[in-house]
Design a protein. Structure first.
Length: 372
């Protein structure tokens, strides 16, 4: 339930799970031409859009729409190989081929995707389109589609660095960093991910899409800094963060009873709380409700055993305003040192908690003294 008009296009949406699907970077403004190529491109743009009402509908829609896109590309290559529309058509075809290859573990479709990507690289397409194609080849090379491997092939860091360096000049530089960061993060290259995040924040601190991407990855500007809040629990007692929970990993959940997506998240939150509470993890709910009675009734009815705080100020809640919360639920994780570990752990909370706990254990070091 968001008040933010999210316009960020994540370039590898077809490959990296859990990211927002947007238009391909090669896509230009709506084609107003009346030529056969322009008409065909408009049709391909329409076909590539998958808008399932439920997750269960996605496979059916993909199986129906993506072959149409590839058929459109084949027609474009056959009839209009010299048209300016060919470059965007190839980008759309690449997106479709990768989507089908990943969904079906289809080796032939993988080969087709690679062929389209190489055609883009060999063409006179602009640097954005070539970077998009190179990015797909990078991801498919690190962790081949259909592979059971849980880790990327050796040399992942070098391959990602090479990609970023290749496009480090001119207007493509920020895009290359964003793609490199996504690929590093999705392949659990934590050190490289941190390095690229720092470079992105240092070189492009005012880039709105960079900020949005980092937030969507749970690596926004607040990460690594103390989570500071003075909260009031439902029983009237105070909670000062980070002081009162130093030494513990904890979840901060900005939510409200009136928020449908927040309520949909509750069963998962209850399950994770039951699993991680014995490990010393705390949960803190920061309610944006106006009606205290409804909040208290819901917490009691659902037996939500973690800490709940309330200001009664709705979107003007001081902590929500301080941290720029514009959509809920917004689920954060704070490390044992009191610093923000992730400012967007929704959909990957268990994995994020495991990482935060491991990071805390590493900082703490051995508990036994070395032998004299």
């Amino acid at each position: 339930m968001t008040r933010l008009n999210v316009r960020l296009c994540l370039m590898l949406a077809a490959l990296l799970p859990g990211v927002c699907l947007g238009a391909d970077p090669a896509a230009g403004p709506p084609s107003a031409g009346t030529s056969g190529a322009a008409s065909l491109l408009r049709r391909m743009r329409s076909d590539v859009q998958m808008r399932p009402r439920t997750r269960a509908e996605l496979p059916t829609i993909r199986a129906r729409q993506m072959p149409k896109v590839l058929a459109g590309l084949a027609e474009m290559e056959s009839k209009y190989p010299k048209a300016k529309e060919i470059h965007e058509a190839r980008a759309l075809g690449l997106r479709a081929a990768v989507s089908l290859a990943r969904a079906n573990n289809d080796a032939k479709m993988v080969a087709r995707a690679k062929g389209i990507a190489k055609a883009i690289l060999a063409s006179k397409a602009d640097v954005g389109a070539k970077m998009y194609a190179d990015a797909h080849l990078l991801v498919m090379g690190l962790r081949p589609i259909g592979s059971a491997a849980t880790q990327p092939k050796p040399g992942a860091d070098k391959a990602i660095r090479t990609f970023v360096k290749k496009y480090s000049g001119g207007k493509s530089a920020v895009g290359a960093l964003k793609i490199g960061l996504q690929v590093a993060d999705s392949n659990d290259r934590s050190a490289l991910s941190a390095e690229l995040r720092k470079a992105l924040l240092t070189k492009y601190p005012d880039d709105p899409e960079a900020k949005q991407l980092l937030r969507q990855m749970g690596q926004g500007p607040a990460v690594g800094k103390p989570f500071q809040a003075n909260l009031t629990k439902l029983d009237g007692s105070k909670l000062a963060l980070p002081k009162d929970l130093l030494g513990k990993v904890y979840v901060v959940d900005f939510w409200a009873v009136w928020c449908g997506p927040c309520i949909a998240e509750i069963p998962n939150m209850k399950r994770l709380y039951a699993s991680y509470k014995p490990k010393g993890v705390e949960f803190v709910g920061i309610s944006l409700d106006r009606d205290r009675g409804k909040l208290e009734s819901y917490v009691k009815e659902q037996q939500l055993g973690w800490v709940h705080t309330y200001s009664g100020k709705h979107w003007q809640d001081p902590t929500a305003r301080k941290y720029g919360i514009s959509g809920i639920p917004s689920i954060w994780v704070v490390g044992k040192d009191g610093n923000v570990f992730s400012d967007n752990a929704r959909g990957r909370l268990a994995k994020t908690l495991d990482k935060a706990m491991a990071a805390g254990a590493a900082k703490k070091g051995p508990t036994t003294r070395p032998a004299k």
